[in-house]
Structure formats: C-alpha cells, structure tokens
Write a protein that binds this ligand. Structure first.
Ligand code: ZN
Length: 514
C-alpha cells in the first residue's frame, strides 16, 4: 500500500517537478552558487506557488510516515543503553560508528564511514577528592576530558585564582607550587552559548547580525596556562557552573593529555571551597586517575546519501554529532540529533521519492572537542564545496524544533522563506529565527561559505543535561524528537527540490556572524 500511494503522489508531483527541473537546467544553472543570488519572485510566481504547494503535500507525507513508522526512539534507546556515552576515539564511539553505518544500510541507503585518527583516546578513571581541613568532606570530582592524572593522591593548600584578574606578564607566585588551584573566570565549561531559552531575544535583525562576544585573547590565555604549568601546581580545579550538583564536562584539548591535571567540581562545592578559603586555610586531597591510549585511535563520521535524480552533484546536508561527553549516556547531546538524522533518512527512503539534488546525512564525531568530524568532511570533499547547497544541524536535545536560525545569512532569507513556509505549516513552527548561534557542526560549513543553519528547539531539560551526568535516555520526549526528525527530513527534501540553489557567501575573515 505504501509504495502504491507514493507512486500516486509522485505522479501528482511529476509535472511540477519537471518544470522545476527545466528551471534548474536552463537559465538558472550557470548562476548556481553565485554570491548574493536573489530569487526573482515576480518572474516565477507561479513556479514558486507550485513549489510551496508541492512541498506542503510532501512535508505532510513525511510527518505521516514518521508518525506511523518511526524507529527513532528505539534506535536512541539502543544507542544510549547498549552503546552508551561516546567520547571521540573511545571504543563506544567506534561501536556507534559501525552500528549507525549498519542502520543506514538496513534502511537501504548508500552509506560509508570516513575515518581519521586522534592522537589519544581518553579513559576516565575513578577520580576522588576530599576536603581535609578545616572540615572533613568527600566531594565528587571529575577530570576534564583528556585531563592528565595527578601524581597519585596529592594533598595541598587550596588557592583561588581568577583568570580575569591575571596579567599575562605575571610570573607564577611561589604559593602555587604544590597547591590545588581553583581557577575561575575562564570562558569554558559554563552555560552553553547556544541555549534555546534565548532564541527569540533578538527578533529584529541588526544590520550585520547579532555581534559575538568580544574576542577571546588566546595569547593572554596561553601565557597564563604556561604560568600554571610552570608553577608546579598539583592540580587545577574548575567550577561546573550548574545547579543541583550537575557537572559540565569540557576539554581544552587536541586529544592529548592536558599539561597539568585539571578537574571539575560542582558549583556548590566550588562555592563551599571559596567560602572556606575566605575564612582561612583549606587543605584538600585529590586523586585523578585518567589514562590514555598509547597511540592514535580511529575516529569516524558516518555518511549516507540518497542520490539526486537531476542534479546529483549538488548536495543538501542534514547532520548532527554522534559523539558525546561521557558522564551520562549521551542521549540529549547528541543522541537525539543523530537519531533524528537517521530517522529522517529512514523516512525519505521509505517514501521512496527521488530528490532532484543529492541528500546527504552525516553523523559527525569530535564535535564536543571542536568540530573534528565536520572539518574531516569538508577536507575530504573540498572539491565539492561549491556544489554544497546548504546544511542544517540538530544539536540541542529532545525538545521540539521551534524554528531554524538564519545564522546571520540574511542574503539567503528569500530561499529560506520558500523552504520554510511549508515546514512551518506542517510542523507548527514559529517564524524563522534571526539569531546567530554557532557552536556546532554547521560552523565548519559557514566558514567555507556554505549556507548552514541550526535548529532552535524547546528547552526540554537540555540546559541541565548538556555535558552533565544527567544526559540520560529517560529525559527523551518521543513526540518532540520525532517532530525534529520530521523537520530535518522536510527541510532536506524542500531544499533538494528548490528551483534555484542557495547563494554561497564569502567566507568570513574571522568567525561569524556572516
Ligand atoms: Zn552537542
């Protein structure tokens, strides 16, 4: 019955698709990807009306297919429970790569892994910490990712240092030697920069997008870190910055052991240490036990595709990272996004439609440490970048998609409006968001000049779960993440069928907005 009803739908769409194909293959193609290409609505009003009507029908069928046959939650449960958290380069991540490859193939997609290596895998140890004086209290502690182990259990005085007040020319004071340094004020490990809660803070676009925070001074930071290394401190502690005893894992690193042992404590314990230090001398014992692989380990992205029928060399990309931090189960950051991409692939394949452009599904790795997987894809496919139409990333948990962020790409608003209106209608979205979010795998596409966007989602505990031990499967809301899979599939389909390709932008000289 399914394939028969699809056949009927295809025939209904066929004349319009043919018209779209003629449009693409004639006057518009030579301008493909020219910067600042604008849609000529007046000339092609009827074509765009037909496009929107067709996409609305197609997007509804996508929603119906997911409602009837979604395997997303089943897949996410397996990923979270049977494989678990997935640090880049870890055995679990390698298992997840193989498993997702198999799942794409189970759904009859062409799929493969693209592999690289990271210098070392990090194996978390059973870290321990205890305040010895003036009170006695065992506190939870976790090494940062790729954090060097301490030299056994180390005991020392607690010293508070604020990065913001340190000068790059400061020499490390002798009081740091052998100390347990509590380092505050660093722009790492705090609240995620892209929280859905503030998605609509700026609804009126400023002329050049929402400005980013002042640039971080890496030279100053490097000097201070060097001072920390030179100081002979026993261990550096940092504040997780979250309520309710939640950790907020991060790393500094290029997959190599940190120069000094660095660990996170909960915000409440960091505050406790601060109050104790203000009252007098404090002594602590810390034992960090992380270990590393002796040499490089494999890291892979999973890539699948449905080949385009008319413009196979043009590529529409939807993706999400499969890697995660390791304190929880990696369910909301980003098992949900990865499994939404897998479900979008299953859905489009089940509908058995032939897109005009190739639709590519990517499950990235190394996102948490800085975008290794997205960089790998761009490197492996550098020659194809001019034909990458656009990318959309899902990476903020289980909450329903509320909108799509333009990421400062105002020149693409005409195309996005055409694509977005049918999706908005079918999936009950709010207007397009004008925010710049950054902070996920779409950034590597943006810096290469490829239009790339980010799903804005309902909070649904993401702020708490993000990088913490509370990132667990029980928080998944099936209806909401299934809606996200529908939005991803519909967006991919609507871009794949668009009469004109997206305009690329000039790669920025330094970061976004674009
Ligand atoms: Zn993420």
């Amino acid at each position: 019955m399914k394939s028969r009803s699809f056949f009927d739908a295809s025939r209904r769409f066929a004349p319009r698709l043919l018209f779209v194909a003629v449009l693409c293959c004639s006057a518009l193609l030579p301008r493909a990807h020219a910067q600042n290409t604008a849609l000529d609505y007046n000339a092609d009003t009827k074509a765009y009306e037909a496009y929107r009507t067709d996409m609305e029908g197609a997007d509804q069928k996508i929603a119906d297919e997911i409602k009837a046959h979604s395997e997303l939650v089943k897949n996410l449960e397996y990923l979270s429970t049977q494989i678990g958290p997935r640090l880049t380069g870890s055995p679990q991540m390698q298992k997840a790569s193989q498993w997702t490859l198999q799942r794409f193939q189970d759904y009859k997609l062409d799929a493969h892994l693209e592999s690289t290596e990271v210098p070392h895998a990090f194996y978390r140890g059973d870290d321990a910490a205890e305040i010895l004086a003036p009170v006695s209290r065992v506190i939870p502690i976790h090494s940062i990712g790729w954090g060097k182990a301490t030299d056994g259990a180390v005991t020392g005085p607690v010293v508070f240092v604020d990065f913001k007040t340190l000068s790059e020319m400061d020499k490390p004071p002798s009081s740091w030697k052998g100390a347990i340094l509590c380092l505050g004020g660093l722009p790492f490990g705090g609240t995620p920069s892209a929280t859905p809660e503030n998605a609509y803070d700026a609804v009126i676009p400023p002329p050049h997008g929402v400005p980013k925070a002042p640039a971080f001074n890496f030279r100053r930071f490097g000097k201070i870190i060097q001072n920390l290394i030179d100081s002979g401190a026993a261990v550096v502690l940092m504040d997780s910055g979250k309520p309710d005893g939640l950790f907020n894992m991060f790393s500094f690193g290029p997959y190599t052991p940190s120069a000094v042992p660095i660990a996170l404590v909960t915000h409440s314990d960091y505050e406790l240490l601060d109050r104790l230090c203000k009252a007098g001398a404090v002594t602590m014992k810390v034992n960090l036990k992380g270990t590393f692989s002796a040499g490089p380990v494999p890291a892979a992205i999973t890539v699948a595709e449905i080949k385009g029928s008319k413009l196979p060399e043009e590529r529409v990309i939807i993706g999400g990272h499969l890697d995660s931090w390791d304190l929880g189960q990696g369910s909301l950051d980003n098992g949900t996004g990865a499994m939404a991409v897998l479900e979008a692939a299953r859905t489009l394949k089940a509908l058995d439609w032939q897109p005009l452009r190739t639709i590519t599904f990517i499950l990235f790795t190394g996102e948490e440490e800085g975008g290794l997987g997205a960089s790998l894809f761009m490197k492996n496919h550098a020659a194809e970048i001019p034909k990458m139409d656009a990318a959309l990333i899902h990476d903020t948990g289980t909450g329903k998609v509320l909108s799509i962020a333009l990421e400062g790409l105002y020149s693409t608003a005409p195309q996005m409006a055409q694509i977005y209106l049918p999706i908005q209608e079918v999936f009950d979205l709010q207007p397009l968001s004008t925010r710049f979010f950054g902070a996920s795998d779409h950034v590597e596409f943006l810096v290469a000049g490829v239009p790339a966007y980010f799903c804005i989602q309902a909070p649904a505990h993401y702020g708490e779960a993000h990088h913490s031990q509370a990132d667990t499967f029980d928080l998944v809301v099936p209806d909401e993440i299934n809606q996200g899979a529908g939005v991803m599939a519909a967006w991919a389909w609507n871009v794949a069928q668009l009469p004109e390709p997206f305009p690329h932008h000039a790669p920025p000289k330094s970061g976004g907005p674009f």
